[in-house]
Design a protein around this ligand. Structure first.
Ligand SMILES: [Zn+2]
Length: 194
């Protein structure tokens, strides 16, 4: 049921639109110094999605701002549902690949490598990230209470995906990415190592 999610052509435009909305909220707030925010996006090479998504300039940047005020120039980077970490893989890929490794009949690593080009080492690192860094994060400790029922942390991220009621797996994925997006706001303590 989750296997074909990354090939759904409607997924990436939805995520991109949400990123634009998150960026618009950040821009409206402006800089704490009172200055306006200018676009100053970070380049990205999104991996793991369909080739047309990887090539599309719209998905090759992480939206970000810089204060226009001379002498301030402070960075403001909004939350993102497209990019979970600082590196190359799209957040959707990190979630779906991790989920496919779980459950009663986990996808074999060789198959995942064929599907999205992700190495066994990377998959293991993501798994460890969910079970350790994510579970220990201040974000999760504060946010888990907002879920309707406690979930099995050892089954993350699949248990979190299943916690969102929606009529499609695609929407569940979008809700999950929106839910965890505060983690993507860069901070010295976030340290998303992928
Ligand atoms: Zn400023």
């Amino acid at each position: 049921m989750y296997r074909n999610l990354l090939n759904e052509s409607s997924l990436y435009p939805i995520l991109r639109k949400l990123d634009e909305e998150l960026a618009a909220e950040t821009k409206k707030l402006g800089c704490p110094c009172g200055g306006q925010l200018d676009r100053a996006n970070y380049p990205r090479k999104p991996r793991g999605a369909a080739p047309e998504v990887e090539r599309d300039p719209a998905y090759r940047q992480r939206l970000s701002f810089c204060c226009a005020e001379e002498g301030c120039r402070r960075r403001r980077t909004p939350a993102s549902v497209l990019f979970l970490g600082r590196k190359v893989y799209l957040g959707a890929v990190v979630v779906v690949v991790s989920v496919l490794r779980q459950g009663p009949s986990p996808a074999r690593l060789a198959r995942l490598k064929k599907l999205v080009g992700v190495s066994a080492r990377t998959v293991r690192r993501w798994h460890k990230w969910w079970l350790e860094s994510f579970v220990e994060s201040d974000f999760w400790k504060a946010a888990r209470g907002r879920l309707r029922a406690p979930l099995e942390e050892r089954e993350l991220p699949r248990s979190l995906l299943e916690a969102f009621e929606a009529n499609s797996a695609l929407l569940q994925l979008v809700y999950l990415l929106r839910f965890v997006s505060p983690l993507t706001i860069p901070s010295p303590t976030t340290g998303l190592g992928f």
